[in-house]
Design a protein around this ligand. Structure first.
Ligand code: FNR
Length: 342
């Protein structure tokens, strides 16, 4: 069996059941989570022949940062449940593959420890009702060398999970969440997510940090354009791995509309959700994504083989993408264009 396909099951042998379930699950009826991979599998290609594919180059830049492979690691919580070194191990494994990691604002590892790995990283953030808490986190991330801020916009409230059995929150160990906030200073109400945000928050984040700002959770062309007009450096087409609004369309279906809306702007397009094969990455890049992100596969790989597992995952996906590029007759990500799609 292909190692990537075996990972979820392998991880089940290493993680407490509530943690494994939390990593795997979607929200509500699990419809969006279940159909994400199928939506990529449904894409068909029109490969080109008789082109020179002897030299493949997978490198690109993401919001100005060079990477060796257009597969990045998505922000996910509770990485210290997967590996004792948590986000630092995820970062180290990612860096060894020449890629970039997006660090969840819930991270259980300090930004300083993540930055010390030398791997380029972006901070994922939610804006809290008490903006002082958000500012504290933004300033700490800037000090530790974050290269961009990713605002997750699809979470004005957290998606409803339908658990049977103890939830992850009943089993997690202390210190596995929010290592980058002096939690005692804030009430739960302070830390609740702001649900009244508009596009002007993009300018606020850019001004506070001096960093590029990307908006994660965009599924519509009109929203992508509003983000671009407000100064976003990028948008990430995402339905949060099917963990927010259940029934939200698969990202494989949303991506073309977003890419079309942003054609002619300098705002970059990224996508996550259900990307499990080189051919899926090929489809995403042909639709106009600059790079993709993987969430659960990186968590499983970290759980099963630690940092080297994350490196192996990204290397494997890169090798599959290299192979698929040759078979479709194009030599680098920038040469992937929508005419390749059937
Ligand atoms: C997530 N995701 C997420 N996103 C985010 O912006 N902040 C976060 O803290 C988290 N936490 C999180 C935890 C777990 C366990 C999962 C599975 C996902 C969503 C994540 O960044 C990404 O959008 C999806 O995981 C992508 O889908 P795949 O690759 O998991 O199918």
């Amino acid at each position: 069996m292909r190692w990537i396909d075996a990972l979820e099951e392998l991880a089940a042998g290493r993680l407490p059941e509530p943690v494994h379930r939390y990593f795997r699950q979607g929200s509500a009826g699990g419809i969006s989570a279940a159909e994400a991979v199928d939506a990529w599998n449904a894409i068909r290609f029109r490969p080109q022949v008789l082109t020179d594919v002897s030299q493949i180059d997978l490198s690109t830049t993401v919001a100005g940062t060079p990477v060796d492979v257009p597969v990045l690691v998505a922000p996910t919580t509770l990485q210290r449940q997967a590996d004792p070194d948590g986000e630092a191990a995820m970062a180290a494994g990612t860096g060894a593959a020449g890629s970039l990691v997006v660090v969840s604002s819930n991270a259980g590892t300090t930004f300083a420890d993540i930055g010390a790995t030398g791997t380029p990283w972006w901070l994922q953030i939610y804006v809290a009702r008490n903006r002082s808490a958000t500012i504290e986190m933004l300033d700490a991330a800037v000090a530790a060398g974050a290269r961009a801020v990713v605002l997750t916009a699809d979470t004005p409230v957290v998606g409803r999970k339908e658990d049977s059995g103890p939830t992850v929150w009943e089993v997690i160990q202390p210190g596995h969440l929010l290592a980058n906030l002096e939690e005692d200073k804030y009430t739960n109400e302070d830390l609740a997510k702001a649900d009244d945000l508009g596009p002007d928050v993009i300018g606020w984040l850019a001004e506070r940090t001096g960093l590029p700002v990307l908006i994660k959770g965009v599924l519509r062309g009109d929203d992508a354009l509003r983000c671009a007009e407000a100064g976003a450096a990028g948008v990430i087409v995402s339905n949060h791995g099917g963990r927010q609004l259940d029934g939200a369309i698969p990202t494989a279906r949303a991506l073309p509309e977003v890419a079309e809306a942003l054609a002619g702007t300098t705002t970059e397009v990224y996508v996550d959700g259900g990307l499990r094969r080189g051919e899926h990455v090929l489809a995403a890049l042909a639709m106009g994504a600059r790079a993709v992100l993987v969430g659960r596969p990186a968590l499983w790989a970290l759980s099963v083989e630690g940092a080297p597992g994350v490196t192996r995952l990204l290397n494997d996906l890169g090798a599959e993408l290299d192979h698929a590029l040759r078979l479709c007759g194009r030599a680098n990500p920038a040469a992937l264009t929508p005419d390749l799609l059937g």
